[in-house]
Design a protein around this ligand. Structure first.
Ligand SMILES: [Zn+2]
Length: 141
């Protein structure tokens, strides 16, 4: 369903998603830090796995296992944090901020009009109706 500007009825609408982007970034950073901090268990698992590999590969295997455990913990935390932040930010964008911007008239607004395809018979704002109105005006003069 195309969104319509409540000011000029243009369909050239963009979403700004400022809160979504900001919250996703904050969530990613916080999630990464949290993931690394809580990756101690991951690092321990990595250490055990690395240790058993290290039995074959030497002491380097244990260090690599810890490093991989921390890296994976940080990545999982970062992704989880970014997704949670994006969801929270989306709610903020939709409910609190003027998230929509009309590219035609530069109007910023919270709730766009929505054109329902099923009700195409009722088109008081279509270009044909506007042009027809102008045409009748010209003829009457
Ligand atoms: Zn507009």
């Amino acid at each position: 369903m195309p969104m319509i500007c409540p000011n000029c009825l243009s369909t050239q609408i963009e979403t700004k998603d400022y809160a979504k982007k900001a919250a996703a970034t904050v969530g990613f950073l916080g999630g990464t830090a949290s993931g690394i901090a809580s990756a101690k268990s991951g690092a321990e698992i990595g250490s055990i796995v690395g240790g058993s590999i290290g039995f074959i590969a030497g002491p380097v295997g244990s260090r690599v296992g810890k490093w991989i455990g921390t890296l994976v913990g940080g990545m999982v935390g970062g992704i989880t944090g970014a997704l949670t932040g994006a969801q929270l930010g989306h709610v903020i964008d939709e409910r609190l901020l003027d998230n929509y911007h009309c590219l035609a008239c530069d109007h910023h607004f919270r709730t766009p009009l929505v054109f329902d395809q099923k009700e195409t018979e009722i088109t008081p704002f279509s270009n044909d109706a506007i042009l027809g109105g102008v045409g009748r005006l010209d003829v009457s003069r």
